[in-house]
Ligand binder design. Sequence first.
Ligand code: SF4
Length: 366
Amino acid sequence: MEDLMLYYHVPFCVSKCAYCAFYSTPQWDEPLLDSYTEALIRQTEGFEGSEGFLVTSVYFGGGTPTVLGALRLCRVLDAVKRCFKLKNGAEITLEANPKTVTYDDLCILRKAGFNRLSLGAQSFNDPTLRLLNRPHTAEDFVACFKNADLAGFDNVNADLIFALPNEDEGALSYSVSRLIELKPKHISVYGLSLEEGTPLFDNKEKYAFPAEDGEERQYCTLCKLLRDSGYSHYEISNFALDGYEAKHNTGYWKRVPYFGFGAGAHSFFRNRRFETPRDVTAYTEKTKLGFLSPTDYENAEEITEAEAREEEIMLSLRLAEGAPIALEKVPSVIFETGCGVYENGRLSLTEKGFRVSNAIIGMLMN
Ligand code: SF4
Protein backbone atom coordinates (compact mmCIF):
# COMPACT_ATOMS: atom_id res chain seq x y z
CA MET A 1 0.00 0.00 0.00
CA GLU A 2 1.17 3.50 -0.83
CA ASP A 3 1.40 6.07 2.01
CA LEU A 4 -0.69 9.14 1.24
CA MET A 5 -1.50 12.36 3.09
CA LEU A 6 -4.66 14.38 2.53
CA TYR A 7 -4.98 18.16 2.69
CA TYR A 8 -8.37 19.93 2.83
CA HIS A 9 -8.38 23.63 2.01
CA VAL A 10 -11.12 25.89 3.36
CA PRO A 11 -10.54 29.38 1.95
CA PHE A 12 -12.93 31.28 4.25
CA CYS A 13 -11.98 33.53 7.18
CA VAL A 14 -13.81 35.70 9.70
CA SER A 15 -11.93 38.78 8.53
CA LYS A 16 -8.81 39.38 6.48
CA CYS A 17 -5.60 39.77 8.49
CA ALA A 18 -3.60 42.85 7.48
CA TYR A 19 -0.54 40.78 6.44
CA CYS A 20 -2.35 37.95 4.66
CA ALA A 21 -1.59 37.15 1.02
CA PHE A 22 -3.05 33.63 1.16
CA TYR A 23 -5.98 32.53 -0.93
CA SER A 24 -8.78 33.24 1.58
CA THR A 25 -11.84 35.44 1.73
CA PRO A 26 -14.03 36.90 4.49
CA GLN A 27 -17.00 36.87 2.07
CA TRP A 28 -19.21 33.85 2.63
CA ASP A 29 -22.69 32.94 3.79
CA GLU A 30 -24.35 29.74 5.00
CA PRO A 31 -25.51 28.50 1.54
CA LEU A 32 -21.95 28.95 0.21
CA LEU A 33 -20.52 26.98 3.15
CA ASP A 34 -23.09 24.24 2.45
CA SER A 35 -22.28 23.99 -1.24
CA TYR A 36 -18.53 24.07 -0.57
CA THR A 37 -18.91 21.22 1.96
CA GLU A 38 -20.83 19.18 -0.64
CA ALA A 39 -18.03 19.83 -3.15
CA LEU A 40 -15.37 18.63 -0.69
CA ILE A 41 -17.40 15.49 -0.07
CA ARG A 42 -17.91 14.90 -3.82
CA GLN A 43 -14.18 15.25 -4.51
CA THR A 44 -13.45 12.83 -1.63
CA GLU A 45 -16.02 10.34 -2.94
CA GLY A 46 -14.11 10.29 -6.21
CA PHE A 47 -11.63 8.08 -4.35
CA GLU A 48 -14.23 5.65 -2.97
CA GLY A 49 -13.06 2.10 -3.53
CA SER A 50 -9.44 3.09 -4.23
CA GLU A 51 -7.60 0.42 -2.28
CA GLY A 52 -3.95 1.15 -2.88
CA PHE A 53 -3.53 3.99 -0.35
CA LEU A 54 -2.89 4.08 3.36
CA VAL A 55 -3.65 7.57 4.69
CA THR A 56 -1.09 8.56 7.32
CA SER A 57 -2.39 12.08 8.04
CA VAL A 58 -5.23 14.42 7.20
CA TYR A 59 -4.88 18.20 7.54
CA PHE A 60 -7.70 20.75 7.36
CA GLY A 61 -6.10 24.14 6.67
CA GLY A 62 -7.01 27.47 5.22
CA GLY A 63 -8.21 30.10 5.49
CA THR A 64 -9.95 29.17 8.69
CA PRO A 65 -11.51 25.70 8.38
CA THR A 66 -13.57 26.17 11.56
CA VAL A 67 -15.61 28.81 9.70
CA LEU A 68 -17.37 25.76 8.20
CA GLY A 69 -18.66 24.87 11.68
CA ALA A 70 -18.24 21.59 13.56
CA LEU A 71 -21.07 19.69 11.87
CA ARG A 72 -19.92 20.36 8.29
CA LEU A 73 -16.33 19.48 9.24
CA CYS A 74 -17.53 16.19 10.76
CA ARG A 75 -19.39 15.36 7.54
CA VAL A 76 -16.22 15.85 5.50
CA LEU A 77 -14.21 13.75 7.94
CA ASP A 78 -16.87 11.01 7.74
CA ALA A 79 -16.45 11.00 3.96
CA VAL A 80 -12.66 10.66 4.40
CA LYS A 81 -13.15 7.65 6.68
CA ARG A 82 -15.64 6.10 4.25
CA CYS A 83 -13.50 6.55 1.14
CA PHE A 84 -9.94 5.98 2.38
CA LYS A 85 -8.18 3.50 4.61
CA LEU A 86 -6.71 5.44 7.53
CA LYS A 87 -3.59 4.18 9.25
CA ASN A 88 -4.00 3.38 12.97
CA GLY A 89 -3.17 6.56 14.90
CA ALA A 90 -3.30 8.73 11.77
CA GLU A 91 -2.81 12.40 12.67
CA ILE A 92 -5.94 14.45 11.88
CA THR A 93 -5.26 18.16 12.29
CA LEU A 94 -7.69 21.05 12.24
CA GLU A 95 -6.55 24.67 12.01
CA ALA A 96 -8.69 27.02 14.07
CA ASN A 97 -8.96 30.64 15.00
CA PRO A 98 -9.73 31.28 18.68
CA LYS A 99 -13.03 33.06 17.99
CA THR A 100 -14.43 30.42 15.64
CA VAL A 101 -14.89 27.44 17.98
CA THR A 102 -16.78 27.00 21.22
CA TYR A 103 -16.17 24.34 23.85
CA ASP A 104 -19.18 22.38 22.52
CA ASP A 105 -17.78 22.53 18.96
CA LEU A 106 -14.43 21.26 20.20
CA CYS A 107 -16.10 18.32 21.99
CA ILE A 108 -17.99 17.38 18.80
CA LEU A 109 -14.84 17.63 16.67
CA ARG A 110 -12.71 15.60 19.08
CA LYS A 111 -15.36 12.89 19.29
CA ALA A 112 -15.56 12.75 15.49
CA GLY A 113 -11.86 11.91 15.27
CA PHE A 114 -9.94 15.16 14.92
CA ASN A 115 -6.93 14.56 17.20
CA ARG A 116 -4.71 17.62 16.69
CA LEU A 117 -5.60 21.29 16.76
CA SER A 118 -3.53 24.12 15.33
CA LEU A 119 -4.42 27.50 16.82
CA GLY A 120 -3.24 30.89 15.60
CA ALA A 121 -2.02 32.98 18.56
CA GLN A 122 0.48 35.13 16.58
CA SER A 123 1.09 37.52 19.50
CA PHE A 124 -0.05 37.98 23.11
CA ASN A 125 -0.03 41.77 22.76
CA ASP A 126 -3.54 43.06 22.04
CA PRO A 127 -2.46 46.31 20.32
CA THR A 128 -0.46 44.17 17.86
CA LEU A 129 -3.39 41.82 17.29
CA ARG A 130 -5.60 44.82 16.53
CA LEU A 131 -3.00 46.30 14.19
CA LEU A 132 -2.86 42.94 12.35
CA ASN A 133 -6.69 42.90 12.17
CA ARG A 134 -6.77 39.56 13.97
CA PRO A 135 -10.33 38.85 15.16
CA HIS A 136 -9.28 37.79 18.70
CA THR A 137 -7.47 39.00 21.80
CA ALA A 138 -4.73 37.22 23.75
CA GLU A 139 -7.29 36.18 26.36
CA ASP A 140 -9.56 34.72 23.63
CA PHE A 141 -6.61 32.54 22.63
CA VAL A 142 -6.00 31.40 26.22
CA ALA A 143 -9.71 30.58 26.69
CA CYS A 144 -9.79 28.61 23.44
CA PHE A 145 -6.62 26.72 24.33
CA LYS A 146 -8.09 25.75 27.72
CA ASN A 147 -11.37 24.70 26.10
CA ALA A 148 -9.45 22.52 23.64
CA ASP A 149 -7.64 20.85 26.52
CA LEU A 150 -10.91 20.22 28.37
CA ALA A 151 -12.47 18.83 25.19
CA GLY A 152 -9.68 16.24 24.98
CA PHE A 153 -7.28 17.83 22.49
CA ASP A 154 -4.01 16.75 24.03
CA ASN A 155 -1.99 17.63 20.92
CA VAL A 156 -2.26 21.37 20.21
CA ASN A 157 -0.01 23.52 18.05
CA ALA A 158 0.15 27.28 18.47
CA ASP A 159 1.45 29.66 15.80
CA LEU A 160 3.47 32.75 16.72
CA ILE A 161 4.85 35.49 14.48
CA PHE A 162 8.08 37.39 15.16
CA ALA A 163 9.45 40.60 13.62
CA LEU A 164 6.00 42.15 14.05
CA PRO A 165 5.37 45.89 13.62
CA ASN A 166 5.97 47.97 16.75
CA GLU A 167 7.25 44.90 18.65
CA ASP A 168 10.73 44.66 20.12
CA GLU A 169 12.48 41.69 21.72
CA GLY A 170 10.74 42.41 25.02
CA ALA A 171 7.29 42.22 23.43
CA LEU A 172 8.21 38.98 21.65
CA SER A 173 9.64 37.46 24.85
CA TYR A 174 6.40 38.32 26.62
CA SER A 175 4.37 36.44 23.94
CA VAL A 176 6.69 33.42 24.01
CA SER A 177 6.60 33.26 27.82
CA ARG A 178 2.80 33.49 27.93
CA LEU A 179 2.60 30.69 25.40
CA ILE A 180 5.09 28.48 27.25
CA GLU A 181 2.94 28.82 30.40
CA LEU A 182 0.17 26.99 28.52
CA LYS A 183 2.57 24.18 27.48
CA PRO A 184 1.30 23.46 23.97
CA LYS A 185 2.86 20.29 22.60
CA HIS A 186 3.98 22.04 19.41
CA ILE A 187 4.86 25.63 18.49
CA SER A 188 5.36 27.06 14.98
CA VAL A 189 7.11 30.40 14.59
CA TYR A 190 7.23 32.53 11.46
CA GLY A 191 8.98 35.77 10.69
CA LEU A 192 6.48 38.33 9.37
CA SER A 193 6.68 38.53 5.62
CA LEU A 194 5.52 41.86 4.19
CA GLU A 195 3.62 40.93 1.03
CA GLU A 196 2.80 43.45 -1.67
CA GLY A 197 -0.90 44.19 -1.99
CA THR A 198 -1.69 43.62 1.69
CA PRO A 199 -2.89 46.51 3.94
CA LEU A 200 0.19 46.11 6.12
CA PHE A 201 2.47 46.54 3.10
CA ASP A 202 0.51 49.57 1.89
CA ASN A 203 0.80 51.25 5.31
CA LYS A 204 4.28 50.10 6.22
CA GLU A 205 5.63 53.65 6.76
CA LYS A 206 3.30 54.05 9.73
CA TYR A 207 4.95 51.28 11.74
CA ALA A 208 8.34 50.42 13.21
CA PHE A 209 9.69 47.12 11.90
CA PRO A 210 12.84 45.54 13.30
CA ALA A 211 15.95 45.87 11.13
CA GLU A 212 17.53 42.67 9.81
CA ASP A 213 19.80 42.23 12.84
CA GLY A 214 16.84 42.95 15.15
CA GLU A 215 14.87 40.25 13.37
CA GLU A 216 17.77 37.82 13.83
CA ARG A 217 18.00 38.66 17.51
CA GLN A 218 14.27 38.01 17.89
CA TYR A 219 14.64 34.60 16.22
CA CYS A 220 17.59 33.72 18.54
CA THR A 221 15.66 34.90 21.60
CA LEU A 222 12.64 32.79 20.86
CA CYS A 223 14.77 29.73 19.98
CA LYS A 224 16.55 30.01 23.32
CA LEU A 225 13.36 30.51 25.33
CA LEU A 226 11.75 27.48 23.68
CA ARG A 227 14.84 25.29 23.96
CA ASP A 228 15.22 26.17 27.65
CA SER A 229 11.62 25.09 28.17
CA GLY A 230 12.17 21.62 26.71
CA TYR A 231 11.06 22.16 23.10
CA SER A 232 13.22 20.55 20.45
CA HIS A 233 13.93 22.69 17.39
CA TYR A 234 13.29 19.93 14.87
CA GLU A 235 12.62 22.14 11.84
CA ILE A 236 13.49 25.74 10.89
CA SER A 237 10.12 27.07 12.03
CA ASN A 238 8.91 24.30 14.31
CA PHE A 239 9.44 23.23 17.91
CA ALA A 240 7.90 20.27 19.70
CA LEU A 241 7.90 18.45 23.01
CA ASP A 242 9.26 14.93 22.69
CA GLY A 243 7.09 12.77 20.43
CA TYR A 244 4.85 15.61 19.23
CA GLU A 245 6.61 16.55 15.98
CA ALA A 246 3.92 17.23 13.33
CA LYS A 247 3.56 14.13 11.16
CA HIS A 248 1.78 15.91 8.31
CA ASN A 249 4.27 18.76 7.96
CA THR A 250 7.20 16.37 8.35
CA GLY A 251 5.65 14.40 5.48
CA TYR A 252 5.85 17.49 3.25
CA TRP A 253 9.54 17.92 4.05
CA LYS A 254 10.17 14.23 3.37
CA ARG A 255 8.25 14.32 0.07
CA VAL A 256 5.48 11.92 1.09
CA PRO A 257 2.76 12.07 -1.63
CA TYR A 258 -0.35 14.09 -0.79
CA PHE A 259 -3.65 14.91 -2.37
CA GLY A 260 -5.26 18.33 -1.99
CA PHE A 261 -9.04 18.82 -1.71
CA GLY A 262 -10.85 22.13 -2.04
CA ALA A 263 -10.32 25.28 -4.08
CA GLY A 264 -6.67 26.13 -4.67
CA ALA A 265 -5.36 22.98 -2.96
CA HIS A 266 -2.01 21.58 -4.09
CA SER A 267 -1.13 17.94 -4.63
CA PHE A 268 2.10 16.01 -5.04
CA PHE A 269 1.61 12.56 -6.45
CA ARG A 270 3.83 10.23 -8.47
CA ASN A 271 6.36 12.97 -9.17
CA ARG A 272 3.76 15.46 -10.38
CA ARG A 273 2.62 18.63 -8.67
CA PHE A 274 -0.80 20.00 -9.55
CA GLU A 275 -3.61 22.07 -8.06
CA THR A 276 -7.37 22.45 -8.04
CA PRO A 277 -8.98 25.65 -9.45
CA ARG A 278 -8.23 28.63 -7.21
CA ASP A 279 -11.82 29.77 -7.28
CA VAL A 280 -14.65 28.45 -5.13
CA THR A 281 -17.30 28.50 -7.89
CA ALA A 282 -15.03 26.96 -10.54
CA TYR A 283 -13.91 24.29 -8.07
CA THR A 284 -17.46 23.48 -6.96
CA GLU A 285 -18.66 23.18 -10.57
CA LYS A 286 -15.76 20.94 -11.48
CA THR A 287 -16.56 18.48 -8.69
CA LYS A 288 -20.05 18.09 -10.21
CA LEU A 289 -18.45 16.83 -13.43
CA GLY A 290 -16.55 14.02 -11.74
CA PHE A 291 -13.33 15.44 -10.44
CA LEU A 292 -11.25 12.32 -10.41
CA SER A 293 -8.19 12.24 -12.54
CA PRO A 294 -4.99 14.16 -11.82
CA THR A 295 -5.06 15.16 -15.50
CA ASP A 296 -8.14 17.28 -14.69
CA TYR A 297 -6.12 19.47 -12.36
CA GLU A 298 -4.44 22.78 -13.15
CA ASN A 299 -0.81 23.82 -13.40
CA ALA A 300 0.37 20.21 -13.53
CA GLU A 301 4.11 20.00 -13.42
CA GLU A 302 6.22 16.89 -13.97
CA ILE A 303 9.22 16.75 -11.62
CA THR A 304 12.40 15.52 -13.32
CA GLU A 305 14.89 13.33 -11.45
CA ALA A 306 17.32 16.25 -11.07
CA GLU A 307 14.54 18.50 -9.71
CA ALA A 308 13.43 15.76 -7.32
CA ARG A 309 16.98 15.52 -5.94
CA GLU A 310 17.16 19.32 -5.50
CA GLU A 311 13.79 19.32 -3.75
CA GLU A 312 14.93 16.54 -1.45
CA ILE A 313 18.02 18.51 -0.38
CA MET A 314 16.13 21.79 -0.05
CA LEU A 315 13.32 20.30 2.02
CA SER A 316 15.40 18.02 4.24
CA LEU A 317 17.77 20.87 5.11
CA ARG A 318 14.79 22.43 6.88
CA LEU A 319 14.87 19.52 9.33
CA ALA A 320 17.34 19.17 12.20
CA GLU A 321 18.26 15.71 10.87
CA GLY A 322 19.56 17.39 7.69
CA ALA A 323 20.05 16.27 4.09
CA PRO A 324 21.91 13.29 2.61
CA ILE A 325 24.66 14.88 0.54
CA ALA A 326 28.28 13.96 -0.26
CA LEU A 327 30.80 15.86 1.90
CA GLU A 328 32.82 16.99 -1.15
CA LYS A 329 29.73 18.80 -2.46
CA VAL A 330 29.43 20.98 0.67
CA PRO A 331 31.33 24.31 0.42
CA SER A 332 33.73 24.51 3.39
CA VAL A 333 32.51 28.03 4.24
CA ILE A 334 29.32 26.44 5.64
CA PHE A 335 31.42 24.69 8.33
CA GLU A 336 33.91 27.57 8.80
CA THR A 337 31.07 29.99 9.61
CA GLY A 338 29.42 27.57 12.04
CA CYS A 339 26.34 27.21 9.84
CA GLY A 340 26.44 23.44 9.37
CA VAL A 341 27.68 20.13 10.77
CA TYR A 342 28.30 16.87 8.94
CA GLU A 343 27.56 13.47 10.43
CA ASN A 344 26.75 10.02 9.02
CA GLY A 345 26.57 11.28 5.45
CA ARG A 346 24.16 14.12 6.26
CA LEU A 347 24.58 17.89 6.35
CA SER A 348 22.54 19.53 9.13
CA LEU A 349 22.16 23.24 9.63
CA THR A 350 22.86 24.80 13.02
CA GLU A 351 20.59 27.48 14.44
CA LYS A 352 22.86 30.04 12.77
CA GLY A 353 22.55 28.05 9.53
CA PHE A 354 18.74 27.97 9.80
CA ARG A 355 18.77 31.79 9.79
CA VAL A 356 20.58 31.89 6.45
CA SER A 357 19.16 28.68 4.99
CA ASN A 358 18.16 30.29 1.69
CA ALA A 359 21.73 31.41 1.01
CA ILE A 360 23.09 27.96 1.96
CA ILE A 361 20.59 26.19 -0.28
CA GLY A 362 21.57 28.58 -3.10
CA MET A 363 25.24 27.61 -2.62
CA LEU A 364 24.49 23.89 -2.64
CA MET A 365 22.39 24.14 -5.81
CA ASN A 366 25.15 25.83 -7.84
S1 SF4 B 1 -6.69 33.71 9.41
FE1 SF4 B 1 -4.94 33.06 8.15
S2 SF4 B 1 -5.78 32.76 6.10
FE2 SF4 B 1 -7.30 33.94 7.26
S3 SF4 B 1 -6.89 36.06 6.77
FE3 SF4 B 1 -5.73 35.58 8.64
S4 SF4 B 1 -3.70 34.90 7.95
FE4 SF4 B 1 -5.09 34.86 6.17
